[in-house]
Design a protein around this ligand. Structure first.
Ligand SMILES: *[C@@H]1O[C@H](CO)[C@@H](O)[C@H](O)[C@H]1NC(C)=O
Ligand SMILES: *[C@@H]1O[C@H](CO)[C@@H](O)[C@H](O)[C@H]1NC(C)=O
Length: 566
């Protein structure tokens, strides 16, 4: 807080070197586990059952005082794959990880009773922890499968496992690698589904809690990697993860039709896709839903992501692994780079922000782990390699484009200003839609020809006017967002944007095939005028009677903390 205020007078030097809004809560040079006693720890070390340098944390999740951390068994000597920190006992520092629910349940290869390897996990709103055990040991060409893939659900009140379900052989294939999970709660806690993204087998698996049954959406081309997006530059390493398909997933809040929207992106891709859970929940649609999946825009350059999450008011956070940062998008806005913000960036601490979660108190948790260095080079164990950060969601999005209540100037720190949307590019093609001529009526969901002769209105073949431009719901033009004034000194009175010019994202997105209902409409009319000035990469704004605030802005691209604090 102090730092933020000092930033206004460009004196806060420390901010140039660390995350700005995310607060580092825990950090480790190497992971450490809480053995029952020091003697057992020492014995495990000597026998090779415990090799601390081999542990890479990849997933984080929070429930009450427990902060869960997952560690895949990629190498030998990982004593537990699912563990937690008791945050009441360990407020900060480098706490030992406590196996969850206990040591017995973390015994590799004991398929029925234990977890072998766990990646990302999810706490649901009904006090359950959803865990997919991949049953694997090793990584890449060292992988062995002592156990099958199995869904494990724990009751967080009693800390007991209440469900184990092995995926069907048809749910996976020889290439399957599942590292991500999304949990979809419908009308009540029994109406629950989990979705698993098969990154290397290119599938999306749905599991119904009520039916205790799973099915797989296979080989949709949107699950595949983009061959042009397989190159990565992270932490000074250049490498290719070209085969990586569907990975990060986030579910929207429930919409008025009773379903959510699942957003996803392949890892080797900059593009976002979406599908309604109405499709995913319906086993009969596995072979017959190609056109129900929706193509959205690309995020812009250097925007590979592996993890994302959406708040219950529709704000998506996603990791930007090439940019050592966490991005945001308010889902009431079009999915376009100019509506994506950077909530925080740190070229040391946020190298590979592997997982992001939002807890029930709207606190965000970010785990960073330098994964490419671990896999492709060597970590320096004299340095802090693994960190867990936290910050309130509303602090994180403040002064970004995702803080739409404060953003009457439009994209202040947007990632890709000037980008031409797919919608703009495809506008012409998109005018081909079915339209009933005036002498047809819709009856029983069918187009029916009407006639002056009674009884002859049984003709049901739909008539499509294909290829002709026809008038459909008029598209609201994207509003002209006033550019910041080209001056570094003058305070100017901002123009109030009339309500009619506020982006009508849902109209845009309906044309993209999506209908967003994640936010009640924002009443821009209540927003006060504000004045602002622009200075270099940073600008500040002042509401009459309100505090002066810093807006990140100026150059399109990214938040540039260095230049604003030098
Ligand atoms: C596995 O792959 C690594 C590098 O990708 C290679 O160095 C190693 O020889 C491979 N091992 C086997 C058993 O194929
Ligand atoms: C769910 O299915 C699994 C089979 O994988 C079975 O072992 C388990 O008992 C079932 N659970 C319930 C609650 O039906």
């Amino acid at each position: 807080m102090l730092c933020r205020r000092i930033l206004l007078v460009f004196l806060c030097v420390k901010a140039a070197f660390g995350a700005y809004k995310l607060q580092e809560r825990y950090g480790w040079n190497q992971m450490d586990f809480a053995f029952p006693n020091p003697l057992m720890k020492e014995q495990a070390r000597r026998s090779g059952d415990y090799i601390p340098q081999n542990a890479l944390p990849v997933g984080v999740e929070q429930y009450k005082e427990k902060l869960f951390v997952t560690i895949p068994r990629w190498r030998d000597g990982i004593p537990a794959t699912l563990a937690y920190i008791n945050m009441e006992h360990s407020l900060s520092g480098s706490p030992e990880l406590i196996p969850y629910p206990d040591w017995r349940s973390n015994f590799a290869g004991d398929c029925a009773n234990s977890l072998t390897t766990v990646y990302r996990i999810k706490v649901d709103e009904c006090g359950r922890l959803w865990v997919l055990d991949t049953g694997t040991l090793g990584i890449g060409n060292t992988t062995t499968n002592p156990c099958p893939y199995a869904v494990n659900v724990f009751d967080l009140t009693t800390n007991t496992r209440i469900r184990r379900y092995e995926l069907n052989p048809e749910d996976t294939n020889p290439n399957t690698f599942i590292a991500n999970i999304a949990v979809d709660i419908g009308k009540d806690c029994d109406d629950a589904f989990a979705y698993f993204s098969d990154e290397l087998g290119y599938g999306l698996i749905a599991y119904s809690w009520e039916q205790n049954k799973s099915w797989r959406f296979s080989s949709h081309s949107y699950f595949f990697p983009d061959p042009l997006r397989g190159d990565y530059n992270i932490a000074g390493l250049n490498f290719q993860w070209g085969e990586e398909g569907i990975f990060g997933m986030a579910l929207s809040p429930l919409k008025s039709d009773g379903y959510r929207t699942l957003f996803f992106s392949p890892l080797a891709s900059h593009r976002e896709f979406a599908v309604s859970t109405r499709i995913l929940r319906d086993e009969t649609r596995v072979e017959d839903s190609y056109h129900d999946f929706i193509v959205m825009d690309e995020r812009g350059p250097n925007s590979h992501t592996t993890s994302r999450v959406m708040s219950n008011d529709g704000i998506m956070l996603f990791n930007l692994i090439d940019q050592n940062s966490v991005g945001c998008w308010h889902s009431s806005m079009p999915y376009l780079p100019q509506y994506h913000g950077i909530v925080d960036r740190d070229d040391v601490g946020l190298v590979f922000p592997a997982d992001i979660k939002i807890d029930e108190n709207r606190n965000v948790w970010v785990l960073s782990d330098r994964m490419p260095v671990f896999l492709l080079a060597d970590l320096d164990y004299t340095d802090v390699n693994f960190r867990i950060y936290t910050a309130p969601l509303d602090d994180l999005i403040q002064n970004t484009i995702c803080d739409i209540k404060s953003n009457i100037f439009g994209p202040a720190n947007a990632v890709g200003i000037g980008y031409k949307s797919q919608f703009q590019r495809n506008q012409k093609e998109k005018t081909v839609v079915p339209v009933p001529p005036t002498n047809y009526i819709i009856r029983n969901n069918q187009l029916q020809q009407t006639s002056s002769q009674p009884g002859s209105d049984i003709f049901t073949k739909p008539q499509y006017h294909v290829g002709q431009p026809i008038s459909v719901v008029p598209v609201k033009p994207q509003p002209q967002i006033p550019a910041p004034p080209p001056t570094t000194t003058v305070l100017v009175k901002a123009q109030k944007i009339p309500l009619s010019d506020v982006p009508k994202a849902f109209i845009y997105n309906q044309h993209n095939g999506l209908s967003y209902e994640t936010m009640s409409p924002i009443d821009y009319q209540d927003l006060p005028y504000k004045t602002y000035s622009v200075g270099g990469a940073a600008s500040s704004a002042k509401w009459p009677g309100g505090p002066t605030r810093t807006l990140w802005g100026g150059s399109a691209g990214q938040v540039d903390k260095q230049s604003s604090s030098s």
